[in-house]
Design a protein around this ligand. Structure first.
Ligand SMILES: Nc1ncnc2c1ncn2[C@@H]1O[C@H](COP(=O)(O)OP(=O)(O)OP(=O)(O)O)[C@@H](O)[C@H]1O
Length: 266
């Protein structure tokens, strides 16, 4: 099956004063339409670089990225993004922050329609009643909820999430995982999530891609065979615990602390 996101043989190095720094090497990742791919890997292996390539903010030295079969050669408005620090504009209300992408990609859409769309999402993530507030009046978790709404308000073909929950406390984070799953059930979208949190990758992902140490290639792919309708308790089930153990071992291999042979024999 061809994926909606196809990362095909991507190789990339950054020029540095000490010479080229190889970051990605022949990376292959395929994400089918409406599926959720989580990407984990050792620190500094090139995960954020990967998001910049998919968003068209960076062009690879070799290989390429295709979205819906089209090569990505420049930034695309059909990609939604959310990062660890939600960059909300303080001079705009929460509602007007969420509406912003519609002003850019759908300039002909009327104000009423934009407001209805944004309010529908704000209600889904539990922010109804906060639409007139400024970002600084909200908690970190609430700001991240608003940032998720803004990332999907224009129905992007791809949602890229780069450590969006990394700065939140454990309870808020788990709450947002559930919110994200609920949003996807209401309105499916194809997602690429970068995370350091293996539980997050299993709870949210349909597939988890483990990247090797730098220069990164796809070292391991885990199919998350859990029911679509999951709540947080599922992470304590035997199957989840087994998958987390596999991922932990793969990360150790990627960090060079273990060997593939040890993993096979474990
Ligand atoms: N513009 C740049 N120029 C030179 N080197 C860069 C540039 N951007 C990133 N790097 C280097 O490339 C490597 C990969 O960076 P990247 O941010 O993609 O890794 P990461 O896996 O997202 O890291 P982390 O897990 O710590 O967030 C790092 O060694 C980083 O220092």
């Amino acid at each position: 099956m061809t994926g909606l996101i196809e990362i095909e043989g991507v190789t990339h190095a950054y020029p540095t004063a000490a010479g080229p720094l190889p970051v990605l090497e022949n990376l292959q990742i395929s994400v089918p339409e409406n599926e959720f791919a989580a990407v984990v890997g050792p620190s500094g292996c090139g995960k954020s670089t990967l998001t910049r390539l998919v968003a068209g903010l960076l062009l690879p030295d070799e290989g390429g990225v295709r979205l819906h079969g089209e090569w990505v050669r420049s930034p695309r408005s059909t990609v939604g993004m959310a990062f660890q620090n939600p960059v909300l504009l303080e001079w705009r209300t929460i509602l007007d922050n969420v509406i912003l992408p519609l002003e850019i990609v759908a300039p002909r859409m009327g104000r009423r329609e934009r407001v209805d769309r944004a309010m529908q999402l704000l209600e889904m993530v539990g922010l109804k009643g906060f639409e007139a507030k400024r970002p600084s009046e909200l908690s970190g978790g609430m700001r991240q909820r608003a940032s998720l709404c803004r990332a999907i308000v224009h129905k992007p073909e791809v949602l890229i999430l780069d450590e969006p929950f990394g700065a939140l406390d454990a309870f808020t984070r788990e709450d947002l995982w559930q919110t994200l799953r609920n949003l996807r059930q209401e309105e499916p979208f194809t997602t690429l999530l970068i995370t350091h949190d293996l539980r997050e990758s299993v709870f949210l992902g349909d597939q988890v891609f483990v990247l090797s140490g730098r220069p990164a290639h796809t070292q391991y792919v885990l199919d998350v065979d859990l029911p679509d309708d999951r709540d947080i308790e599922i992470l304590y089930d035997t199957r989840s615990v087994e998958m987390l153990a596999i991922l932990r071992e793969q990360i150790r291999i990627a960090q060079g602390r273990s060997t593939a042979e040890q993993a096979v024999n474990a």
